[in-house]
Design a protein. Structure first.
Length: 479
């Protein structure tokens, strides 16, 4: 016996049915458990068993999964999870992961249906975002990778840019622009691509946390005067700290006038295009040369599922395709169906991420997804009102989308310290899990409503728990 298939397929089938039953039960009863709980040392240690040299039954491993992993997962499926920007996933997305695992398709290329599903999904994404039909793109791990692909693609689109693929970027003085509120992965993309983080000009923002466009124009002019080569301007649709949306139309105008590549990081915010009520706030996004966003955030597709779209056909392939004899494309047979997705990004082997996107969008349809996005924003507005009404709470930023930044404000205490401690208290309470950020130089409690399961009562429960924990702390400090 050399193969790895089971002797008894029925045992595997039974185990699989049980797994599905258990996971469906879990999704159906999420509210009964805590958002998150700390992992006991013994459990953490048990997860680091020595390398298994002999066999263990999958039934036994599944018990370990139930005991050691499920109770101590991130918690982002739970309606009380409001930290960072995490999608909640769906049951149908979970099942799609099972199906994709069963097919075990490699979507780097070749002529097979999973590749066509990814093409269909990229076409849907282009339609949602107002991009043209001929848009190219691919699914990647997340917006970090999607933004990096955009920076690479844009840098190869400058005059003589293709030479950079052989010569490297060291001989050129390419510079790009983003606001101070841009996500850290933008600077990382400049780092990893060899452009260097100094080549990313970090622009100030206005009172609404949007890129200062006068500063953008001035920075471009100064760089040109200094003999540098501006090549990209990166706007953000939904900043990670407050959810602000840069003036995308204004940036598009400047980029067009200056001949720069206009990229939008819309990791979560771009999905507001699904909402007829919110779409106008993203005006200009549809003019971008490229767009990065995540299906795993506001579109509720299970991790991981990021997406890069590039408006002009050929640009992405010009930046990434290689001609290697062993990957030759044929006119027919399994090696046909060029161009392949491996020509559009750095990965050769690629999983069937498209299936969970295809099944999620297909199950709900874009209208219902748009309503879900609206509902998240309505919960955020409810939370903002509640914060505004509470005398001990202070809101720290406008709520344009789905993120509320606020803090506890009591006299005579280091507020940055207190708010940081209270968020940890909240996590350990199991009631809710917001995160923290810095807004205008102060520590903020940050609630991002990205999970389709979160309703107004969950936001109220978070505030109630926070005020209770605050009262406890003030009481024990007085004793
Ligand atoms: C989450 C986020 C990213 C990074 O995306 P990943 O999917 O985590 O790689 C980039 N930009 C913004 C605005 C984000 O919210």
């Amino acid at each position: 016996m050399t193969g790895l298939d089971p002797d008894n397929w029925d045992d595997l089938r039974r185990l699989g049915h049980r797994m599905i039953d258990d996971m469906v039960d879990r999704l159906a009863t999420l509210r009964d458990g805590p958002v998150w709980r700390p992992m006991p040392d013994a459990v953490r240690a048990a997860l680091h068993e020595p390398l298994p040299t002999g066999p263990t039954t999958p039934e036994r491993l599944y018990e370990h999964f139930r005991e050691r992993i499920v109770p101590y997962a991130t918690g982002n499926t739970h309606p009380g999870f409001m930290g960072w920007v995490h999608g909640g996933g769906t049951g149908v997305g979970m099942l799609a992961e099972l199906l994709a695992g069963g097919l075990n398709a490699n979507c780097g290329g070749r002529d097979h249906a999973p590749v066509e599903v990814e093409r269909a999904v990229i076409g849907w994404a282009a339609r949602i975002m107002g991009f043209p039909d001929e848009t190219t793109g691919l699914l990647v791990t997340g917006s970090s990778m999607a933004n990096m692909i955009a920076v690479v693609t844009a840098s190869r689109a400058v005059p003589d840019g293709l030479a950079l693929r052989r010569e490297g970027v060291g001989g050129r003085r390419l510079v790009g622009y983003a606001a101070a509120t841009a996500h850290g992965c933008i600077a990382r993309a400049f780092d990893l691509t060899g452009l260097g983080t100094d080549a990313l000009r970090v622009l100030p923002v206005d009172a609404d946390h949007r890129m200062d466009l006068a500063a953008l124009r001035a920075a471009i002019a100064a760089d040109r005067a200094a003999g540098l080569e501006p090549f990209i301007v990166i706007g953000t649709a939904g900043t990670v700290d407050t959810g602000a949306i840069d003036d995308l139309g204004g940036i598009a105008d400047i980029a067009a006038r200056e001949g720069l590549w206009f990229h939008v990081d819309g990791a979560f915010g771009a999905l507001a295009m699904l909402s007829p009520a919110l779409r106008s706030s993203l005006q200009g996004l549809e003019r971008a040369d490229s767009l990065a966003f995540d299906f795993h955030k506001w579109a509720q597709v299970p991790y991981d599922a990021g997406c890069i779209l590039v408006r002009t056909p050929g640009r992405q392939a010009a930046a990434f395709a290689q001609s290697l004899a062993y990957l030759s494309r044929e006119d027919r047979g399994l090696a046909g169906n060029a161009p392949w997705f491996c020509d559009l990004g750095p990965d050769l082997s690629r999983g069937f991420r498209a299936l969970k996107v295809w099944m999620t969008l297909g199950t709900y349809g874009t209208d219902r997804m748009g309503l879900m996005v609206d509902e998240c924003c309505a919960v955020a507005r409810h939370l903002a009102r509640r914060v505004d009404e509470e005398p001990l709470l202070e809101r720290l930023a406008p709520v344009g989308l789905n993120i509320v930044c606020f803090r506890v404000r009591v006299p005579g205490v280091d507020l940055d310290w207190l708010n940081g401690e209270l968020v940890k208290d909240l996590h350990e309470s199991g009631v809710a899990a917001p995160s923290t950020t810095t807004v205008a130089g102060v520590r903020a409690i940050r609630a991002a409503i990205v999970n389709h399961r979160t309703v107004a009562a969950d936001a109220d429960a978070m505030v109630d728990a926070l005020l209770r924990l605050l009262a406890d702390r003030l009481e024990s400090a007085a004793e």
